[in-house]
Write a protein that binds this ligand. Structure first.
Ligand code: AMP
Ligand code: ZN
Length: 114
């Protein structure tokens, strides 16, 4: 069993505000929102970061993007748009070692790097 904050959220050992869940994926509100809508979409499988992705994860990662779009629709932001960010490793600024996709929306997002 992984001693990981997001695995603990999946196991309901740490409280969170869950907005989506199925057998493979869970999404919950970020505890320190950087935008009016800031949701973390994660695989239930403990993948530490994009670096550890395996061939067998390809379908799962594709599904995550479909779920992100579904959540964006439920949140009513499909027309205005949204941003998805994955921080990877030290230079990428990753703080939690369980792969997660930040879904940000609800305002005109600033500080575009690319
Ligand atoms: P990153 O810097 O890409 O690793 O992002 C980690 C994110 O996890 C940050 O935006 C944190 O605010 C968020 N976070 C950390 N702990 C929790 C928690 N217990 N519940 C919800 N979000 C969390
Ligand atoms: Zn984990």
């Amino acid at each position: 069993m992984e001693d990981c904050i997001f695995c603990k959220i999946i196991r309901r050992e740490v409280p969170s505000n869950i907005v989506y869940e199925d057998e493979e994926i869970i999404a919950f509100k970020d505890i320190q929102p950087a935008a009016p809508i800031h949701i973390l979409v994660i695989p239930k499988k403990h993948i530490p970061s994009l670096v550890q992705l395996e061939k067998e994860d390809e379908i799962l990662i594709g599904k995550i993007y479909t779920i992100i779009n579904k959540i964006a629709e439920e949140q009513g932001v499909l027309d205005k748009g949204y941003r998805v960010i994955v921080n990877c490793g030290q230079d990428g600024g990753q703080e939690v070692g369980h792969l997660h996709f930040h879904l940000l929306a609800g305002k005109r997002l600033g500080e575009k790097i690319v």
